[in-house]
Design a binder for this molecule. Sequence first.
Ligand SMILES: [Zn+2]
Length: 386
Amino acid sequence: MCADEISSRARQIHFSSLVFDAHADTPQRLFFDQFDLANRDAEGCVDIPRLREGGVGAIFFALWVPVEITGRAATQRARGLLDAVLKQIEIHSDALALCVSSKEVMSAQAKNRIAILLGIEGGHAIDNDLEILRKFQAQGVRYMTLTHNAATEWADSSNDAPRHNGLTDFGKQVIREMNRLGMLVDISHVSDSTFYDVLDTSRAPVIASHSCCRALCDAPRNLDDAMIKALASRGGVIHVTFHDGFLSQEYANANRALASEIASHEKEVGQKFGDNEARNLMGLQRLSNESIRAGKLPQVSWEKIIDHIDHAAGIAGLDHVGVGSDFDGAFMPSGMEDASKFPFITEGLIKRGYGETDIRNILGENTLRVMAEAEEVGHLLNSEKP
Ligand SMILES: [Zn+2]
């Protein structure tokens, strides 16, 4: 598909909406490769020219810390990523604005600046210390994905054997402190039991920043219908993600069959690029693309994203669905290779019969609202304090 295929109605709606991407891994590129966001670079998915082309007005940059990095080193990695993002915002202050509240997102939008927001991905980055969490919040971090693909010392992950059967008591303290700080709790990557513990503990609505629907693709990282319903019933938002392996059952199955080939390639890539996570990921993306070309993996169409949005909206209601691409952190479906392709989401929703208000909500207003609600809970909890 090419940009000409976007209807004028889709353009009109898309480019007058707040498009809010709840999750991208671009900081890895800024940190390891000193990538300059002003450069349009086909190797990655996100840069200023393509955010503009895609009409993206706000984006959460994930400060992702691999699970192998623990203790103080995990905190340091997250800080390094954060500094790399702040540096880019400073250099490109004409185009970008660091935003730490829903109001700031709106004012950036009014000034035609792209709102950059910070989220930590992997709760091990706080090294079991609420003071570190508070420092990150003071530096602008507004959500934390509680785990990545392994359990932390206080929360279980969907990709790891259960260690705590959900959240530990300290884990619950983390949630309460995040509530007080007005930070969004992100349940993408956590185990099902952690998810339910979070819902029982959190005073504010929570988000899945980048997760799909398990009913359409049975991956432990995706949410089943009961979870989507529970998340929405407490005001939360599921942000559908674009990763092939979470969108498509066929891809996930074929990928499982290639597990040993992928593992050996992963080792090879790791030896070549060391801890440069941006390069490691690109190496694995290349393998995925080669495997698709060789017919070993199916090609996934971007329209699967619409299938997942549609399914989630059917369960959660239209006010509880958003988008979280995972650009620069995952394998993108055909037709949604980078941020410039975002208008196709609007086009796809129009074709499925979605109305203008619902489309605006899915594109970004729901995310903005849930942020504002978390801020409100923070104010309330602080005013309750003696
Ligand atoms: Zn992730």
